[in-house]
Ligand binder design. Structure first.
Ligand code: SAM
Length: 278
């Protein structure tokens, strides 16, 4: 088994270089996370992705007085959804300049009045004062960060006492990953390693958090990659750009492989809620 070790710079380059391709076949409005599907017959990605946002927001307990940081906010739709739905304030932080530029572009027209900012930067060195936010949220981003303990200490630092950290993330249920799993699940997105379901909770406790809720949700990633893999194949057939077509077909192949990786216990997904002690 070959094991790569990706840096933050590798992750940043990957997400900068692939943003327009992802928007092309996954979701042009910039929602690029796992959907919370209503079973194997549900093929509506947009509705499923909104349901995930709804679950994370509800479990976080966000309301109009919240000041929310979305770490790894990507193209920004989750934070905009929170600000519109709850009338809360928000900051979005992401390592990809391309994604932050897209997110800023959303703050026009109907979204112009929202109390939201997007900033380029890393979760390992957050540009915010101590005890700033009532909530830190994130969807499918934290696993990509090579220095996870540093991220957890940064989230702890910027949360107010009693503040809530609520997020979804990919899991590495076991340590021994096959060559195929590494190629299609991990190296594909420049992901070094993840936590198991229980290991994640331990890591949060080691950082000083009290874990209040955790859910293991493997079936949801299975259906997300089935639906998105089909979309990638369809878009590849329509595109005139040979490089984009090849990338999308490679992605669609990886979606099939991802299901096998789940079967082998090499890939998982979960939602976690933790609190910084008051
Ligand atoms: C799978 S995407 C999810 C994006 C977004 N949360 C969503 O729901 O669409 C992962 C995101 O994590 C960001 N990311 C990776 N490493 C990061 C870091 N160290 N700090 C901040 N963001 C990071 C990437 O740039 C990318 O936008």
């Amino acid at each position: 088994m070959t094991t790569q070790s990706f840096t933050e710079q590798d992750v940043e380059s990957f997400f900068d270089q692939t943003t327009s391709t992802y928007l092309n076949f996954w979701d042009s409005s910039g929602v690029l996370h796992t959907g919370y599907f209503d079973g194997d017959d549900d093929h509506d990605y947009q509705a499923a992705a909104e349901r995930t946002s709804d679950v994370v927001a509800t479990e976080a307990g966000i309301n109009a007085s919240s000041y929310v940081l979305d770490v790894g906010c990507g193209c920004g739709p989750f934070l905009i959804y929170l600000a519109e739905r709850f009338n809360c304030r928000g900051e979005g932080l992401d390592l990809s300049t391309e994604r932050i530029n897209f997110a800023r572009g959303l703050l026009t027209g109907e979204h112009a009045g929202l109390n939201v900012n997007f900033t380029h930067g890393s979760a390992t060195a957050m540009p915010y004062e101590d005890n700033t936010f009532t909530h830190v949220v994130s969807q499918d981003s934290l696993c990509l960060i090579p220095d996870k303990p540093k991220t957890h200490s940064e989230v702890f630092r910027v949360l107010q006492p009693g503040g809530v950290f609520a997020f979804s993330d990919f899991l590495q249920p076991k340590t021994d990953i096959s060559e195929r799993g590494r190629k299609h699940v991990y190296d594909r997105v420049r992901w070094n390693y993840g936590y198991s379901y229980l290991g994640y909770q331990q890591a949060l406790e080691d950082a000083g958090f009290v874990v209040t809720h955790a859910r293991n949700l493997e079936p949801q990633i299975r259906q997300t990659y089935r639906v998105i893999g089909k979309a990638a194949t369809e878009r590849a057939a329509e595109t005139d750009d040979p490089a984009a077509r090849e990338w999308m077909l490679g992605f669609a192949e990886s979606c099939g492989e991802i299901e096998h990786a789940i079967d082998r216990g090499e890939f998982g997904w979960g939602i976690f809620v933790a609190r910084k002690p008051a």
